[in-house]
Design a protein around this ligand. Structure first.
Ligand code: SAH
Length: 505
């Protein structure tokens, strides 16, 4: 019997990836096929598993949209093939989302489905603009209305009823119709000084808002050049928007940062950047690959007892070492007789996550300081095992050799550079839309440069470097650089905030 398919309708929230629900995220991770819209945020799209089939039915205003009927059929066809299908929509899947229409065909054909409601822009966008949609001092109801005009430009809104109710009014799809709506409300008796606001790209790092009154907002919207997606909010609660403006005040609000770390390691940096309000473009430039088969490592592990020190120079080195131990049917206990030295805090943390403590971390996290420290600490007759990248920093083995320390330098992983080239990122760089690119190793700099078209101008952004050797690599290709005070993610973020604090104060 053919496997039974299933469709999950998921509301992806208004754009901030943190507003995707836990249940929605799990559905995406488990999906075979994902059918998604234009309003789904880029960072949520980045969650989609590489192995899944992605179908973009996004409706761009100047392109022909995929007709609703066709979308309904795609969902049915994929489910009939036995696939786990996720239908991903902006905001909530039902609120002006046509989710109901999509379920009809599935219901008629006996296909199972699940609905995961999403955080709607109608409530979240005001919240990110400092506007509580209800407030006991101002209003006791909120009305959500479509501002979409029917063919011929006519609006079907009962302005008299809305004004009579006195609730907060939230109009979706209202960029084109805002002047008509504001006019209609005033004609129905709304006071001209009633506060009103329009918010563009709400909950996203480039969120903008125009706040005025029903009489003056149209002009303000035109001056600011507000475009879709945006929502219009009318009501006394809009007057709180300055006092409660928490989102625009985040330290990196309006700053766009490219993260080049390998996918597996980008998590903390990306998350912290989000918390500070930055827009993050995830652009992994390198991945690491275990070197296997690998005779030198097999020999080193077979005679692990002869070593007194184990030296690790990256979190990837720690991961790979554990995998190699496992492959050799060994575990961390085989390392118990050795002291472990690491290059910096990141490597020490990776080690700690596996229940191992570093015995030595240099004050300054680079190979020269690591080598100096080891030379000081190592006793007569002790031997070291270095487990590193294929092309590791040359200083470490050089300095150990000069100090007559006996060691084996074994390559356990190699760096592979990003293979797809990105025209899209190149265009954004060219337009000056990227403020900073983060580099956490010299190899991320090489991977980044190699992945962009020839002739890309590397002077249009600032390279935020983790340490001196990364900085050197960035300078060598003409980038402007700023460098963290010590080689940690937190120090990088401090440097970034320092750079941008001058702009906003
Ligand atoms: N189902 C969606 C709404 C779809 S209609 C929801 O629940 O949010 C599309 C309209 O939603 C847009 O025209 C705009 O008015 C609004 N919208 C969606 N995302 C938005 C955002 N990030 N900022 C401002 N408005 C947004």
């Amino acid at each position: 019997m053919a496997q039974v398919g299933h469709v999950t309708l998921v509301g992806a929230g208004p754009g901030d990836p943190g507003l995707l629900t836990v249940k929605g995220r799990q559905a995406i991770l488990d999906a075979d096929v994902i059918v998604y819209d234009r309003l789904v945020g880029a960072e949520i799209l980045a969650l989609m598993p590489q192995t899944a089939e992605w179908i973009d039915v996004g409706k761009k205003s100047n392109h022909h949209p995929v007709p609703q009927q066709r979308i309904n059929e795609i969902l049915l066809e994929k489910a009939k093939e036995g696939k786990q299908v996720v239908r991903l929509k902006g905001g909530d899947c039902f609120l002006f989302g046509r989710g109901g229409e999509e379920l009809e065909l599935l219901a008629q054909n006996g296909i199972d489905f699940t609905v995961v409601p999403g955080v709607t822009s109608a409530l979240a966008v005001p919240a990110y603009a400092g506007i509580p949609v209800t407030h006991r001092d101002f209003t006791s109801s909120v009305h959500i209305i479509t501002g979409h005009a029917k063919a011929g430009g006519e609006l079907h809104i009962d302005f008299d009823a809305l004004v009579r109710h006195g609730g907060t009014l939230v109009f979706l799809m209202s960029v084109a119709s805002a002047p008509m709506i504001l006019q209609g409300l005033m004609q129905a008796g709304m006071p001209a000084d009633m506060p009103a606001a329009m918010i563009e790209r709400g909950t996203l790092p480039r969120q903008r808002k125009a706040v005025a009154t029903v009489a003056t907002l149209t002009e303000k919207i035109q001056q600011a050049g507000i475009s879709s997606p945006a929502i219009l909010i009318v009501g006394a609660v809009c007057s709180l928007s300055d006092a409660f403006d928490w989102y625009d005040r985040l330290p990196l609000h309006g700053v766009t940062v490219v993260v080049t770390r390998p996918r597996a390691r980008a998590g903390t940096l990306t998350e912290k950047l989000h918390r500070l309000g930055a827009e993050v473009i995830s652009y992994p430039c390198i991945e690491t690959e275990i070197i296997w088969p690998n005779m030198p490592v097999v020999e080193a592990l077979a005679s692990i007892d002869q070593y007194h020190w184990l030296v690790l120079t990256s979190p990837a080195g720690v991961d790979t070492m554990m995998r190699l131990l496992d492959a050799a049917e060994m575990d961390a206990r085989s390392l118990a007789h050795m002291k472990i030295a690491v290059i910096g805090a990141g490597t020490a943390k990776a080690l700690k996550e596996r229940g191992l403590r570093a015995d030595y971390i240099p004050q300054v996290y680079d190979s020269v300081h690591l080598a100096e420290g080891l030379i000081r600490l190592v006793q007569e007759g002790e031997r070291m095992l270095l487990l590193r990248a294929e092309i590791g920093a040359p200083e470490l083995p050089q300095m150990l050799t000069e100090a007559c320390i006996s060691f084996d330098d074994v390559a356990i992983y190699r760096t592979i550079y990003r293979s797809e080239r990105s025209e899209e990122l190149a265009e954004r760089l060219e337009r000056g839309e990227v403020d900073d690119v983060t580099f956490t190793s010299a190899s991320t700099v090489h991977g980044f440069v190699e992945s962009l078209p020839e002739g890309t101008d590397f002077t249009k952004f600032t390279a935020l470097c983790i340490g001196p050797s990364t900085e050197k690599a960035a300078k060598a290709v003409g980038m402007k650089t700023i460098t963290a005070a010590n080689a940690t993610i937190d120090a990088m973020l401090d440097t970034l905030q320092e750079e941008h604090s001058h702009e906003f104060n």
